[in-house]
Every structure is written in C-alpha cells, then in structure tokens.
Design a protein around this ligand. Structure first.
Ligand code: FAD
Length: 373
C-alpha cells in the first residue's frame, strides 16, 4: 500500500459506501466510488426521504454504540454545506412496551444499562401526552433521543462534498467482478480499475460480487406508506415523535410529518425474504393491510389520505448484526439488517480505520457486530 496516499475504490454509493469514502478521504486516501445507478439510486436501501435514528435498542451492544453513532454524524454534518435541519430533525422516539420482557421493555433495560436518558410514560399518560394515539394503547412507553435523518439530502451532499475533495464518483457504472488479490474492479463497460484497497458496500448487490465471502446474507423486501393525517389531528401530529412498537405481533415503526413530508408508516412483518429483484412497487392490498395494522393504534386511520407507497430491498445478516470481512485487498461490509442507516457515519469510520490498517480487522468486525470484547 502507498503509505502517504493510499488508493481506494468503494463499490456502492449507499450510506455505507459514501460514508466509508468520506472517512477514507479524510485519512488521505485517493478515493473512487463506483455506483451501478445514480446517487442516490432508487434501488438502494438508503434511498428515501428519511430514516429513523433512535437510542432505543433491545440489543445492548447496538444501544451502547448509539452515542458513538451520533458523534460520527455530528462530525460528518460539520463537513457538509447545509444547515443541520437539512440532515437531521430531532423529534424524539416513543418506544412502546406491552408486556415485561418484550422488545420495548428490553430496549428500556438496555438504555438503563448504557446510561442513556429516557422518560417513562404509563398507559394513562400516553394518550394525554400524544393525542394522535388511540387511548387503547396498552403497556407503557418511553421517550428518548432520536429523530429523522434526511437520507437523500445526506447522500446527495456527501457525494458533492467528496467530489469537491477530489474523489471520483462514477455513476451508471455497474461492477461485474472484483479480483481481491489484485485489487482490481471490472466494470460492465469494460473498464478496469485498481487500488490498494477495495471496499465492497453494494447492499443487496454485494453477494453476487463476493458470494463465498458473504454466504450468510439474504435480501428482504419491505414496504412503507406515506400518508397525511386528517386535518383535526394535524396539530397533534405536528409535534409527534417517531415511534417503535416492535414488541407486539405487528412490529410497527415510523416517522411523523417533518420538513413538509407526510408521515411514514412502517410495519416489519409486511417484509418478505428473498424477493424478486424487480418487485419494487407497493401493491394496493399491501396499502390496505398497512392501514389495517395501524387501526386501533393511531386515531382516525380511516381518514388518512394515502400519498404514496414504496417498496425497498435491504440485506439481512444472522442476528441482525453488521458484517465486515476481508480477503487480500478486498473488504466487504454489510451494515444493514434494516437498521443500518443510523450507523452509517460510524460504519464508515470503522471500515476506513480497518481498511487503512489503523485498527485490527477482528476488533473492528467485533465492534461493528456490537458483540462484547
Ligand atoms: C424501508 C426501509 C426502512 C428502513 N428504515 C431504517 C431506519 O429507520 N433507520 C435505520 O437506521 N435504518 C433503516 N433501514 C436500513 C437502512 O436503510 C440500511 O441499513 C442502509 O441504507 C444500508 O445501506 P448500504 O449502503 O449498505 O446499502 P444500499 O443503500 O443498498 O447501497 C448499496 C449501493 O450499492 C450499489 N450497487 C449494488 N450492486 C452494485 C454493483 N454491482 N456495482 C455498483 N454498484 C452497486 C447500489 O445501487 C446501491 O446504491 C431501512 C431500510 C429500508 C429498506
């Protein structure tokens, strides 16, 4: 490796690839990002108006990493041109627990253990504090730090910043093969690029390029619905927090109206494993089902105006853990499992530190998987 100016190719311009490119460039590397589509690409898991960031995590390891995750974002935003509100809206996150030991209750315990602050609300207090909720919401809730990461703004400005720093970003350039030993990347148009380090951050496209390194991954399709609440509930929604209600059978999560956008409803059980790569639109019956699972949770669901639905594919790994592996000059990263955007800036720092030899590979892989030392 050229020690003074190592060269690096990053395959994939989702949040993990772009943040890794930024962290590599900050360390003095000459970076080329290669993306099969545009930045952001509508097929990328990272591509949407926003993604949630939350401290509440049932997994103690990822809960503990959230302080670092926020710090990594703050360092990155300071280097981008926009005001903070272009990248982030602090709205708080309401986590619901229905019974002792469920996801929400374990998340609260993990927050307690990590020393993260939260405000606990008993059932009677929930609907009084948040009038958009049906009073029937059982269990307790807690509110903690979190909000909306403005995903597409972050990706667009990050790519622009990288270009300004001299990085090359090759759009519409699908990669067809990677030679780990030579550090060579072959593009569909016949070009071949080489570098000291190649980072594969290709999301659902990564496995095809390194099947033997990433046999444990699989793709999942999920749907989200953007909708406007009825006018009489608009005021209640205007100050509503993001929500995670992952303890029951339905696995609900979503984001309130922010930055002129409608609110966004998500439901993890509506996901499907190993999807058809072309299956990327939300079907009318899925819209109906999404509204149905929210009946009894949010007031006035039957009067919500559906604006649009969206289907995205993302990558899952066992235990929902992030994966970092290496062969020769090639580093492959999958920091997703449906919860990776919030860690994007931190994952970029981790991968860059490992790839440039600043930190031992096994130690970084363990940190990214949020496993105990
Ligand atoms: C609907 C939905 C909601 C989510 N909500 C949240 C949330 O609220 N909070 C949160 O933290 N996380 C959330 N996630 C997860 C988060 O979005 C992902 O973890 C994260 O975006 C993954 O980023 P990535 O860079 O690994 O992958 P991607 O964003 O998929 O990026 C991979 C890139 O590689 C490119 N690529 C693929 N193959 C090739 C190739 N052969 N050549 C060149 N380029 C290639 C792709 O075009 C793509 O741009 C959600 C995911 C989905 C789908």
């Amino acid at each position: 490796m050229n020690q003074s100016t190592p060269s690096a190719i990053v395959v994939g311009a989702g949040v993990v690839g772009l943040c890794t490119a930024w962290s590599l460039a900050r360390r003095g590397a000459a970076v080329t990002v290669v993306e099969r589509g545009s930045v952001p690409d509508p097929r990328a898991a990272s591509c949407d108006h926003h993604r949630m960031i939350r401290l509440s995590y049932a997994d103690p390891g990822y809960c503990a990493r959230m302080t670092e995750a926020y710090a990594a974002w703050e360092a990155l935003w300071a280097d981008l041109p926009g005001p903070l509100t272009r990248y982030y809206h602090e709205r708080g996150v309401l986590t619901l627990s229905r019974e002792p030991g469920d996801w929400g209750d374990r998340a609260r315990a993990a927050m307690e253990a990590a020393g993260q602050p939260y405000e606990r609300l008993e059932p009677g207090e929930l609907a009084a504090r948040f009038p958009h909720l049906e009073p029937s919401n059982e269990g307790y809730g807690f509110v903690s730090r979190g909000g909306c990461l403005m995903a597409n703004h972050i990706l667009t400005d990050l790519a622009e910043r990288l270009r300004g720093q001299g990085a090359a970003i090759l759009e519409q350039s699908p990669v067809t093969a990677i030679d780990a030993e030579a550090g060579e990347v072959a593009l569909a148009d016949g070009r071949r690029l080489t570098a000291d380090v190649v980072v594969l951050a290709g999301g659902v496209g990564a496995q095809a390029l390194a099947p033997d390194l990433l046999p444990e991954l699989w793709a999942r399709r999920t749907v989200i619905l953007y909708a406007d609440p009825p006018a009489d509930l608009a005021e209640a929604w205007a100050s509503a927090p993001c929500w995670t209600d992952l303890g029951g059978e339905e696995d609900l999560w979503g984001l309130p109206p922010v930055d002129g956008l409608p609110l966004k409803l998500g439901c993890a059980i509506m996901g499907r494993d190993r999807p058809d790569p072309e299956d990327r639109t939300m079907r009318p019956e899925e819209i109906e089902r999404m509204l149905d699972v929210y009946r009894g949770r949010f007031r006035g669901i039957d009067r919500f105006q559906v604006r649009w639905g969206q289907a995205n594919h993302f990558t899952c790994a066992p235990g929902d853990r992030f994966v970092l592996k290496r062969r020769e000059r090639l580093w492959v990263v999958s920091a997703d499992s449906g919860h990776g955007f919030k860690f994007g800036a931190l994952s970029g720092e981790d991968v860059a530190a490992a790839a440039l030899g600043e930190a031992p590979e096994a130690e970084v892989a363990r940190r990214m998987a949020a496993l105990p030392a």
